[in-house]
Design a protein around this ligand. Structure first.
Ligand code: PLZ
Length: 451
């Protein structure tokens, strides 16, 4: 028997409602239990413990309702507990939860790969493989690129984030907290400058920023030893850095001319988040390989590598895989999510959300010289905070604004190499009123902190 979740979900009113101080007593109890049971290396942003979610609202164990402008780091794009997704998960779980695709294959895996092959940029022949996490997808994209080119070097960028496994720690830029004390790191990873319009020399174009990066790669590594250039089309953890127009196309072109595999890490930007199916679509950039995760599966662990058929098919049978990769329940959740994105035009929703968010953030920037930049695309928007009149990062202001929002029942996240960026990643199904209310709380909190 599959119980329908509709009754539960309907209980989650789309409203902000605080019934205790934050954190409430039950959350405080859980925090105490946690500190005796959970390794402190795993940290949490919110001071409360979640009991349930619905749409764009999270309800904590004390009955407080939060407006979720973080989506579990860009994951629950279709909202929490979307009935279509819950139903797909329940139905699949009732049939079978696991066979291991490498033992007993099933249709859901094939169908997710078909969806990835169709929806990722470019209409060339593509193949996909499925994994469990963003980091695992990035690792496998590098494996494919190395195998197909017979080369080893990988070029990555300043401020990049690609994961926490050994290879992806090497690919990630920021030392604390991600890499500190965890070496030695994987070799043959080379870092070059990113296009970062706020901090680049004034007037530097995307093409010039690409030239700066690629000249370094050419001189210090040598194009004929480079397997891949790996880039987030809009950086996520590194600060929602949107490269100047022309940057990505120039990199794609440089790679194509030299037999270097161009890998777009769309783990955070993918699946309608930026107002297109993928962030690369904005400039018509066609990567050779694309990594996806997060938004694909409404929170079920699922990730993919999709790319040119000749690259993906280069790897011998048995060379890619994993016990859980492409889990059938996760695939069912992904197929229901993708169908919702398509039928509900969530890319269009992301663009509308982006306009509303950018409006409020732009007003904040006009009021406060400490807001140095408003940037992002679609439902992926941020402000970068600095000491007024300088470009010196102000992480304390970002932390104070985020904590203030959390106390007032609005989930916002920070990011950035210096921790001085407030980022907003609302579920793409959020209602206008709820979004407006969340943004007013953010604006009032920022007014207080930056006064
Ligand atoms: N690539 C572009 O954004 C994950 C990490 C949170 P996993 N970002 C959130 C944290 O502190 O661990 C991410 C990403 C990009 C890869 C990853 C890694 O994805 O699913 O966390 O492994």
């Amino acid at each position: 028997m599959v119980t329908t979740p509709d009754a539960l979900v309907a209980e989650v009113a789309q409203q902000r409602r605080l019934v205790t101080p934050i954190p409430g007593p039950r959350s405080q109890e859980l925090a105490a239990r946690r500190s005796a049971a959970v390794a402190p290396g795993v940290s949490s942003t919110l001071p409360v413990y979640v009991e349930r979610g619905g749409g764009a609202v999270l309800v904590d164990v004390d009955g407080n309702s939060f407006i979720d402008l973080g989506s579990g780091i860009a994951v629950t794009s279709v909202g929490h507990a979307l009935p279509a997704v819950v139903d797909a998960i329940a139905r699949q779980a009732a049939r079978f939860t696991h066979t291991c695709f490498m033992v007993g294959p099933y249709e859901g895996y094939v169908e997710v790969c078909e969806q990835l092959n169709t929806r990722t940029p470019g209409d060339h022949a593509k193949l996909s493989a499925l994994f469990n996490s963003g980091a695992e997808a990035v690792e496998n994209a590098v494996k494919v690129a190395r195998h197909a080119t017979g080369r080893q070097a990988v070029i990555v960028f300043d401020h990049a984030y690609h994961g926490r496994t050994n290879l992806t720690m090497a690919l990630t830029a920021k030392a604390a907290p991600y890499k500190q004390g965890f070496g030695p790191f994987a070799p043959e990873v080379y870092r070059v400058p990113m296009s970062y319009p706020l901090r680049d020399p004034e007037g530097m174009t995307g093409a010039q920023a690409a030239e700066r990066a690629l000249a370094t790669a050419d001189k210090q590594v040598g194009a004929d030893t480079i397997a891949a250039v790996l880039v987030e089309p809009i950086q996520g953890e590194g600060g929602f850095v949107v490269p100047a127009p022309g940057f990505l196309p120039a990199i794609a072109e440089w790679c194509a001319a030299r037999g270097v595999v161009f890998i777009a890490d769309e783990v955070q930007t993918g699946f309608c988040r930026t107002g297109d199916w993928f962030a690369c679509d904005d400039e018509g950039v066609v990567p050779d390989l694309v990594t996806t995760a997060k938004g694909i599966g409404a929170g079920m662990p699922l990730a993919g590598v999709t790319g040119r058929a000749e690259l993906m098919a280069h790897v011998h049978s048995g060379g890619l895989g994993g016990t859980y990769g492409g889990n059938p329940v996760a695939c069912a959740a992904a197929l229901a999510s993708i169908e919702t994105m398509q039928s509900g035009d969530l890319a269009g929703a992301a663009r509308r959300i982006g306009a509303a968010v950018a409006g409020v953030l732009g007003d904040l920037a006009a009021r406060h010289p400490g807001v140095a930049d408003v940037r992002g695309r679609g439902a992926m928007q941020a402000i970068e905070l600095v000491k007024p009149g300088t470009l010196e990062p102000d992480p304390a202001a970002a932390a104070a604004i985020a904590a203030g929002c959390h106390r007032e029942g609005v989930v916002v996240l920070t990011c950035g190499t210096w921790g001085n960026v407030i980022r907003l990643l609302p579920p793409l199904v959020i209602g206008d009123e709820l979004l407006g209310e969340g943004l007013s709380v953010l604006a009032a909190t920022a007014d207080e902190v930056l006064a």
